[in-house]
Design a protein around this ligand. Sequence first.
Ligand SMILES: C[S@@+](CC[C@H](N)C(=O)[O-])C[C@H]1O[C@@H](n2cnc3c(N)ncnc32)[C@H](O)[C@@H]1O
Length: 461
Amino acid sequence: MPPSRPSSSSLSSSLASLALFTSPIVGGALKESGAYWVCEKTGTKFPLLDGVPWLTPDPQRAIADWQNRAEALIAHFADQIAIMKDDLSRCPSELGRQRIKKLRTLTIQHIEFLKDVLAPLKLKGKLNAPQAAAFGYRLPANQGLLGYFQNLIRDWSLETDENDAQWAALREAMNGLEQLGRLAVLGSGGSRLAYDLHQSGVSSETIALDINPVLFLTTRRILSGQAVSLVEFTVAPKNLEATAATRLCQVPEPVKPGFMQAFADCYHLPFTDESVDTVLTPWLIDILPQPLEVLVGEINRVLKPGGQWLNTGSLNFQLSDLTKCYSLEETREVIEGLGFRMEALVQSEIPYLRSELSAHGRLETVTTFRAKKVASRPTRPHPDSRSEWLRDTSMPIPASQVVQASRVIFDVQAYVLAQVDGSRSIDAIALLVSQRYGLAEDNAREAVANFLARNADDGRV
Ligand SMILES: C[S@@+](CC[C@H](N)C(=O)[O-])C[C@H]1O[C@@H](n2cnc3c(N)ncnc32)[C@H](O)[C@@H]1O
């Protein structure tokens, strides 16, 4: 039987919870105004999505970005469904048709769920798959919106000991720490760990923060007591039946009062300085795009003096700057150099995203620590290290050498593709290219063949 709905006080974005937050960046107080929270200093409007406040800097821009991603994703699935129809008609084996049919039916169910859960984003259906790809909203779809979809299923449905193992690792690092006070969970995702902590009574209030609307709007439904049917696309199916399956996701028991969700960027937390007792970062610190120092600075800013930072997850930094891909020892050094004292650090092996349907399963060594804030560090000037004209869309873009070079690349590529008219061969296009760009014909043929072969491999011609 699905659990009963929690009382309205449990998950509401009420005026009481409003008092916790400030607008990110300028730190202005917020007031409720219809479907928005409004910054009293700047007048910036922060919309509520299905009751969850969107508290990132420049919310309009952030939401437009997620709308584009969502439209790219939905267009991608629509293409997949059409391709699967074709596969079905070509497949010579009855068993093969059964497999593809199952996959297609569940893909359709999945896309319907995504459209429904993302309805608060007010998708406009304007960006098609090629446009999305051209603007860099990368496919396949496991990047971005659905990157951690399986975590939702792990959190709320699978008969698994994973959540218990995670909880046990954190307990060990907490080492008898019984009261966490006001707890902010950054990159909370499916939020099972935030929920387990909250239900255990160690936090007086729990604020789960994330930027991903699929994860967080689905989490919202589950936490508010709905039983939600999610599709699991199995990583390495053990057999035909295991190709994909639906999973019923729901909370074990209604959420206790004092839990709330907010969309927020962990680099720009919507809290005033020194207002939070405990910060938890579950499986977050090594997947972020900026050097660890930036996040540590922001955590230090919002923690009260003596506040605790709890972390659990992998330490597998994958930044392009090798000097920032820290080992365990360097991670500790960075954290201790930025106003924290490491109070406990344990490494334990836990199962990760295992499913009885899949032949693959991971065992991860997670690093769980508790660090106490012992010194306040000045906040960094602007944690967004991108160029100013990228942050401020009204500024002129410098016409750099790189832009000139990119223009040539896109011009050549667009020219070659424009010559594909259903009648021309590679030889014919190479001739046009050699005339236009002054290349020797043999080189032009090789270049055109190479370019089209790569595009064919990527399914673009
Ligand atoms: C590896 S997942 C972990 C999710 C969850 N904590 C768990 O343990 O299952 C990382 C999470 O961080 C979120 N995230 C990524 N960048 C973020 C950012 N800048 N601010 C807030 N959340 C972010 C993602 O949306 C995702 O939910």
